[in-house]
Design a protein around this ligand. Sequence first.
Ligand code: LLP
Length: 419
Amino acid sequence: MNSFNYKNGKLLVEDVNVSDIAEKIKTPFYCYSLNHLKEQYIRLDESINLEDYEICFSIKSNSNQSIIKTFSKLGSGADVVSIGELKRALKAGIPSKKIVFSGVGKTSEEIRFAIQSDILMFNVESISELKKISKESEYLNVQSNISLRINPDISAGGNEKISTGKAQDKFGIDWKSAIESYDFAANLSGIKIIGIDFHIGSQINQIKPFEESLDLLIGIIGELRKKGHEIKVFDVGGGLGVQYHPEEKPLDINKYGKLLSQKLGALKCKIVIEPGRFLTANSAILVTKIIYVKNTDKNNFLIVDAAMNDFIRPTLYGSYHQIITINEDKKGNLSKYDIVGPVCETGDYFAKKIPIGNVEEEDLLAIKSVGAYGSVLSSNYNTRASINEILVSNDKFEIIRDRIEDEEIISRDKVPDWI
Ligand code: LLP
């Protein structure tokens, strides 16, 4: 069910009128639908037919406590990539034994904290990291559960900045060195091998790259087991694509679920899945106000009060995000506009030459599909505030992140008395 609909010409999030929120909350703000978040989790959960599996929400896509807690209450674990994310996951009530720790640059401090937190496993990305985890584990007198992240040299994902599974990428251990790397790991006294893992990219709309990666890793698991390595957990990463453009064909989640069930059903492994975007992307809009309408010889601009610091995907990845008016566009006088922010860069835009009708200064717009990699990628560039996040559930809404005002941002600067 779509949680963002027009009723009587007004945009609603679930049963709440967006303009009613904007009367109380300063724009711009992120606005989430709780129902959408829950529905996505349940859709994924119901598509999988395996005996033992864990959905570990990749909290880098959205690490707000309310969002993590929503999934935690539905039974989710977490995929984390920093000590900060690990703390967020634990604070939101995710059981430590449902947390996997990924990432190419885990520091000693992060490793120690994760060991002490008793997580499910480290997804290890290099031999150097293996040695570091072993050393820290010996120091704490424990053995740490690990899986090795295998780089299958398979191209996948929405664009090259978010494709992670090619041999030249910084991620994982080359699949050709997988067996020798496991042999090496088995000889480290602080290490306990329990699994294997891959993650090939993000916004993947085709089944094929997943299928090819699964086949490759299933082969490797067979060889590892023959050599006596115990592989009890298979982490198949995230990357599940969603619909951004009305004509985009997203990953068919039932086909994906079926693929996992068919390929992995007989493997005798716990299967871990690390979806981020699939759960959060379409759960939110970014509500922004038009400050000026500016027409030039070459372009018509709507200058809005949100900017690239609030939402960077369009300019960073060239990503498409649908933009709609809060008052339903009657498709009257459509003009083409560039939707841009106040930041002093030509790259500060949300969309180019999109048709929008009957808008005036002070009108509200909604940038869609901003729930994943939206607020988490924001900054205070141009000394702009960190904006509110709002969660809607049926007919109620609440602030789930306070604004950080400019004064607070400035107050963090320190001036030595010798200047
Ligand atoms: N697991 C690992 C190890 C990852 O690196 C990622 C995402 C995920 C899971 C979750 O992937 P998802 O299911 O969300 O596709 N900022 C970019 C996306 C970066 C993805 C990074 N890794 C964007 O806005 O498109």
